[in-house]
Design a protein around this ligand. Structure first.
Ligand SMILES: [Zn+2]
Length: 404
C-alpha cells in the first residue's frame, strides 16, 4: 500500500536529467499517473500500468490536466519591510535611479524601513509573501539578505530567513548588496567575509555592477565563499557591463543572474560552462527598459537557463507563473523552455537534488495546472492557472479559472 496516487494526469511534463540544456529533450507522458510514498516519487508512467502496480490509501484526480514539477524560484529578495510603490510614477516620468535616491526613495529607504522593523514583523511579511508565491506554483524559493546597512544587520536577516518555517523550503543566501555610503569599502567587504565565516550560509551572492560592488571586490568576496565550500551566485550585468560576468571563467559559480548587458562572447562562455544563467524578466519589465539578455547565444551554445522572480521592492513580482509568462513574451523562451528553466534548472542552480523533476526517488513536489498542455503555461497570461500544489504528503487546492 502506498500513501498517494496522482491519477488521471492528461499530460505529465518533466526534465529527464539535471541540468536541462537548450536543445535537450523532455519527458512527456500522456494519460499518466505518479505513485508517491513517504514524500518521494516511487514510480511514474502510463496510468494503466501504475494503477495496476499499486494500491494507494489516497488518490488525487488531476482532472485530465497538466502536471509538472512544482516551480523553483531561483532568485528573490523577499525579506524587507515597506514598499516603494510611489516610485513608479517617478520612473514613468523618466526619473533616473539617482533622482529617486535624492527624493528619499530607492534602496536606502528600504534599508531604513527594514532596520526599523522587528524580527517578528519581518518574519510575518516573509511568510505572507511565500504564501502568495505558493499560489503561483512555487515549491522551493531562494531568499537573499541584502537590506541592512551593516554586516551585523545582514547576519540578523540571514537568521530570520533560517528561522521562518513556511510550508515550502527556503534556501538562504547572504547577499553583499549595497556598498557603505561613505568610504570604508574594503573594511565592509572584510566584515562581510567574516560574517560568511561565522554563519556559513547555503549561498553567497554579490551585486556586482556600476554603482554597486566592483569586479575586484566581488572576486574577493566570492573567492572566500569558494574557499569555505559555500555555493556562489552573482548579480552581473544588470545596469552596465563592467566585466562582472567574466568571473564565470574564474570561479565555480552556481548561478549568474540578470545578464541584460552581457556581450555575446561572454554569454557563449556562460553557455558552455556548468553555471546556470538565471533570467529575471520581471525585473526587465519593472525597469521599463525593454532590454533582454542574449538568449539567442545562450540557446545556440546549449546553455542552462534558470528562472527567478527577483521579487524586491523595486520589482514586486512574487509569481513564478508571471516570470514564466514574461520569459516567453519578453525574452522569447518557448513554453517548454520556460518550464525547464523554472523547474529543473532553478533547482540545479540551488544545488537541490531530487527537486524540479518527477522521477523515481525525487521529492514529491508537484503542480497540477488547470490547462491541457505545456503551451498553455505561458500562452495564458496573468496567472491563476494552478489548481493543486503537492508538497510531500500535503495537497493544497486552489481555485483555478477555467482554461477556455
Ligand atoms: Zn536580485
Amino acid at each position: 500500500m502506498i500513501d498517494l496516487l496522482i491519477d488521471n494526469i492528461g499530460v505529465l511534463a518533466t526534465a529527464r536529467r539535471s541540468p536541462w540544456r537548450f536543445g535537450d529533450d523532455v519527458l512527456i507522458i500522456e494519460d499518466a499517473a505518479v505513485a508517491v510514498s513517504r514524500g518521494e516519487v516511487l514510480d511514474v508512467g502510463p496510468s494503466s500500468t501504475i494503477r495496476k502496480r499499486y494500491n494507494a490509501s489516497r488518490v488525487i484526480d488531476a482532472g485530465n490536466k497538466l502536471v509538472t514539477p512544482a516551480l523553483v524560484d531561483a532568485h528573490t529578495h523577499m525579506l524587507f519591510a515597506g514598499n516603494r510603490s510611489w516610485e513608479l510614477e517617478l520612473k514613468l516620468g523618466g526619473a533616473t535611479y539617482g533622482e529617486i535616491l535624492r527624493r528619499g526613495g530607492g534602496i536606502y529607504s528600504t534599508i531604513k524601513s527594514t532596520e526599523a522593523a522587528s524580527d517578528g514583523e519581518l518574519m510575518r511579511s516573509l511568510e505572507d509573501r511565500v504564501s502568495v508565491a505558493m499560489t503561483h506554483g512555487a515549491g522551493v524559493l531562494e531568499v537573499k539578505t541584502g537590506y541592512a546597512a551593516t554586516p551585523s544587520g545582514e547576519a540578523r536577516l540571514l537568521g530570520i530567513i533560517r528561522r521562518v518555517k513556511p510550508m515550502v523550503e527556503l534556501v538562504d543566501t547572504l547577499l553583499m548588496h549595497v556598498p557603505p555610503r561613505e568610504g570604508g569599502r574594503e573594511a565592509h567587504v572584510n566584515a562581510m567575509i567574516e560574517t560568511m565565516h561565522q554563519l556559513m550560509p547555503s549561498f553567497v551572492d554579490v551585486f556586482c555592477d556600476d554603482g554597486a560592488f566592483t569586479v575586484d571586490e566581488s572576486r574577493r568576496f566570492l573567492s572566500a565563499g569558494a574557499g569555505l565550500g559555500i555555493g556562489l551566485r552573482l548579480h552581473a550585468d544588470e545596469l552596465a557591463n563592467i566585466g562582472c560576468s567574466e568571473l564565470v571563467g574564474e570561479l565555480p559559480l552556481s548561478s549568474i543572474d540578470h545578464l541584460l548587458k552581457t556581450p555575446g562572447d561572454v554569454m557563449a562562455m556562460i553557455a558552455k560552462s556548468r553555471t546556470a544563467a538565471v533570467l529575471l524578466p520581471c525585473t526587465a519589465l519593472s525597469m521599463l527598459s525593454g532590454e533582454k539578455p542574449r538568449i539567442d547565444v545562450l540557446r545556440r551554445e546549449g546553455g542552462i537557463p534558470a528562472l527567478g522572480t527577483d521579487f524586491s521592492p523595486n520589482s514586486w513580482c512574487p509569481s513564478m507563473e508571471a516570470a514564466m509568462e514574461l520569459s516567453t513574451y519578453l525574452y522569447g523562451l518557448t513554453p517548454l523552455e520556460a518550464l525547464m528553466a523554472a523547474t529543473i534548472n532553478s533547482a540545479y542552480s540551488l544545488g537541490l537534488k531530487g527537486v524540479g523533476m518527477v522521477a523515481p526517488g525525487s521529492r514529491a513536489l508537484l503542480a497540477v495546472w488547470n490547462v491541457d498542455d505545456v503551451d498553455w503555461l505561458t500562452y495564458w497570461v496573468g496567472g491563476g492557472k494552478l489548481s493543486q500544489l503537492l508538497l510531500g504528503s500535503v495537497v493544497m487546492e486552489f481555485k483555478a479559472s477555467p482554461a477556455t
